[in-house]
Design a protein around this ligand. Sequence first.
Ligand SMILES: Cc1ncc(COP(=O)(O)O)c(C=O)c1O
Length: 385
Amino acid sequence: MNYKKKPGFATLAIHAGQEPDPLTGAVTVPIYPTSTYVQQGIGENKGYEYSRVTNPTRTRLEENLAALEGGLAARVFASGMAAIHALVSTLKSGDHVVCGNDLYGGTPRLFNQVMSDFGLEFSYIDTTRAANIEKAIRKNTRMVYVETPTNPLMRLSDLGAISAICRRKKVDLVVDNTFMSPYFQQPLALGADLVVHSTTKFLNGHSDGLGGVVVCAKQEHADKLAFLQKASGAILSPFECWLVLRGVKTLAARMEIHDRNGRVVAYFLTKHKKVKSVLYPGLPGHPEHELAKRQMSGFGSMITFETGSLKNANKMLKRVRLCSFGESLGGVETLISHPATMTHAGLGEKARREIGITDGMVRISVGIEKVDDILEDLDQALTAI
Ligand SMILES: Cc1ncc(COP(=O)(O)O)c(C=O)c1O
């Protein structure tokens, strides 16, 4: 793109990496469903040799996502977990990672049940206090890995304070920015080194494809991850790259509505007599509400609330009609889930209890339907408890 001043986010989302096709003028990026490319001679090619290594549709998506997060480069993978796996595969046996203790359940499952067998060490701490991170960093610590807001407890970590510690200790800061998307939170601008997303969620936005990305601030990381795309091959297919490119064009518009609906639903839940408590950074009573106002430009649409028991949660989840009871988040449709038996089942009861995930907790990803319809559905389902 050739602009005099830096374009706004919504402009980047539609145009970065998405320039009209030079060959035909097509305004949407073509899908290149090819495994290989004809070469002009030995060592002579048009920049593409084999699609595990690079593919033009993937290149365009990587350019787009790097622009949205303000990074140097992005590398996309077959799922969010494949992206996180590639990221920790840049480490070596004996290296240590300091992690938040309230991550998406699949992340500690990968770390503890797969990567530990390759000699990586992981500690889990409360990252809402930056001082805890300083204490947890050891001589062999290479990475600090945080989600903010966390999943499902919606706690925030101060990325500016944590990145200052990481810079001083020469440790990379990785932020899983899936819940906020780059529209509401820009971790690289706050000093993080790497940003991870499950593109399955808000970036794609239509619940029709899995994907993951790592956005890098440094060339060294971008090169290592490009090597891992080639070496281990868990890359995103051209068609699914195209789905994300299509989805991301409306990211700014969708996030505005997600945020607006999220606020309305959160306040509605605080007033509902069947709801015991609501975890949402946009509420003044949230422990990091002030930080949320500083660090994010919106509060998003992820809300967790307490129904009081497994029985109550189940009753409610069985009654929803418009809201879809299922795994995942970030789609245009309102999705509602039960962390204790779904995303965080693998943690085990003891670990869940220690961090405060109860059997009565329900997590809602508020969609972009007419908000009155969402409220009506939640009300009839909650009233049945
Ligand atoms: C915050 C977060 N990070 C990572 C992942 C993993 O992404 P995927 O399901 O695309 O592998 C998820 C999945 O729910 C998630 O919620």
